[in-house]
Ligand binder design. Structure first.
Ligand SMILES: NC(=O)c1ccc[n+]([C@@H]2O[C@H](COP(=O)([O-])OP(=O)(O)OC[C@H]3O[C@@H](n4cnc5c(N)ncnc54)[C@H](O)[C@@H]3O)[C@@H](O)[C@H]2O)c1
Length: 464
């Protein structure tokens, strides 16, 4: 089976970059990315590729190469579904905010809406690919909806979770550690569908790096991978607190531990806590699934990863208050960075949001600078927490376009995102323009202690 037309529902952080790379590497396949968010589609279609809605190093160039050749962005979801042989579902699967499983289970309403739309529109056989991260056995529900509400056409369901990391998405997509494809490998049609997707990826990924499994293993592997990654961060963050009490240094500990080849050095960087749209929601989902099978010890084990992460964010913020003589009321605190990590404009679940909220509750005045995050996003993130009125958020938080305006006249500066440019700032100038004593809190272990203390800063870094 040769795929000629691909449709991807969801033009977000996964759908956009993934489809751009497929289009670039498979010029004979037409790829249409659709979304109900008109502004997002308009931004993808902007004449100037620097204005695409997602910032990822290298992405604009790929979009420029493939757009209007075999890569298209549209709001006409029905038309793209109708034309496609293969449909990727890449919509958001946030944590439920209502009803059963509130605050834990994945909200699958967007997935179900896609399934019903695909069933209604399709008049030819389709391969439906789960690209979104989903609870194990979601494919069963999808199949049920498609088969029972469809027009009698054949649907094959594949699971093809995405392992890209924001900030390095393009590189991760071009050189993936592995591509995982789960399908109904017990039937001919299922195997054909798996092969069709293998053929797409084989345009640029070595066959040995494309794993094929049954659907349930594939679905569960994605949740497991995110749980393991987040667990490493929480593990090293737990040690960071112990380091601060004992005179050990978490970077030295991480290096010593990471050189053990059984452990490995990646993902052992201590910080103010992990953020991003995935880790927390996927672990909560895993916890929920385990609980629903009565596996309480399994659930408690993984939940601790989240508890530790929340603790890390809170203790960073409370340390600022304690260090500033137990009050930040009316004091200006400068936050450098708002994105959840460097090289992305994504702010979902960013530690900066929670630290700012904590400090605002202590009546601080907050000033934010981030090289890629827009002012409206900062306010939207704070408003979403519902901790105070929208008006108050705008009165007490300002967002500026320049790091020196951000830090001028502040009592304390906190590095929240590890943007490279923060290393190169004129820290002497920053010190001179701050109130004294000038406190500097490094939530990312980005800055050198010696040079900052030499300038005169009261310097605090996570884990030392
Ligand atoms: N962001 C990541 O780094 C990452 C990595 C791996 C996997 N994932 C998973 O991929 C999925 C998508 O994540 P994302 O970060 O791209 O989300 P996102 O919110 O950036 O994008 C999802 C898009 O889907 C659109 N959408 C929702 N319902 C729709 C519908 N019925 N029809 C058309 N469009 C619809 C939304 O408007 C939105 O633009 C999630 O399940 C996530 O867990 C994300």
């Amino acid at each position: 089976m040769k795929i000629k037309n691909i449709c991807c529902i969801g033009a977000g952080y996964v759908g956009g970059p993934t489809m751009a790379v497929i289009a670039q590497k498979c010029p004979e396949i037409n790829v249409t990315v659709v979304d109900i968010n008109e502004n997002r589609i308009a931004a993808w279609n902007d004449q100037d590729v620097e204005n695409i809605p997602i910032y990822e190093p290298g992405l604009s160039k790929i979009v420029e190469e493939a757009k209007d050749r075999n890569l298209f962005f549209s709001t006409d979801v029905d038309a793209a579904i109708d034309k496609a042989d293969m449909i990727f579902i890449s919509v958001n699967t946030p944590t439920k905010t209502y009803g059963i499983g509130k605050g834990m289970a994945a909200d699958l309403k967007y997935i179900e809406l896609c399934a019903r739309q695909i069933a209604r529109v399709s008049t030819t056989d389709k391969i439906v690919v789960e690209k979104s991260t989903l609870p194990v056995r979601t494919a069963e529900a999808l199949k049920n909806i498609l088969d029972n509400t469809g027009n009698g056409v054949n649907f094959q369901i594949l699971s093809n979770p995405e392992f890209l990391a924001e900030g390095t998405a393009v590189d991760d997509l071009l050189n993936p550690d592995r591509v995982l494809i789960g399908g109904d490998i017990d039937t001919d049609k299922g195997r054909d569908a798996v092969q069709a997707l293998v053929d797409v990826y084989s345009h640029w990924v070595e066959r040995d790096n494309i794993l094929t499994t049954n659907v349930w293993s594939s679905e569960l592997s994605k949740l497991t991978a995110n749980a393991f990654l987040a667990q490493r961060v929480s593990s090293i963050n737990a040690m960071s607190e112990l380091c601060e009490k004992t005179g050990a240094d978490v970077n030295e500990v991480a290096k010593a531990v990471g050189m053990d080849s059984r452990i490995g050095s990646k993902f052992l960087k201590s910080s103010v806590g992990f953020g991003g749209s995935c880790f927390q929601k996927d672990i909560l989902n895993l916890v929920y699934i385990a609980k629903s099978f009565g596996l309480n010890e399994v659930a408690d084990y993984w939940e601790q990863v989240i508890i530790m992460n929340d603790h890390q964010k809170r203790r960073f913020a409370s340390n600022i208050v304690k260090t500033l003589f137990n009050t930040v009321s009316g004091k200006k605190i400068a936050l450098l960075g708002w994105a959840f990590k460097k090289d992305t404009n994504d702010t979902r679940e960013s530690a900066a949001i929670y630290v700012a909220d904590y400090l605002l509750n202590e009546q601080a005045e907050i000033v934010v600078y981030d090289p890629k995050v827009k002012k409206e996003q900062v306010y939207a993130d704070l408003d979403y927490l519902n901790s105070r009125s929208e008006k108050e958020n705008r009165q007490r938080v300002s967002v500026v376009n320049d790091p020196y305006t951000c830090t001028k006249d502040s009592h304390a500066v906190a590095v929240m995102t590890e943007w490279d440019e923060f290393k190169e700032l004129d820290w002497k100038k920053i010190y001179n323009e701050m109130l004294k004593p000038a406190f500097l809190f490094d939530g990312r272990r980005l800055l050198e202690r010696d040079t900052k203390e030499e300038i005169g800063f009261e310097f605090y870094a996570i884990g030392s």
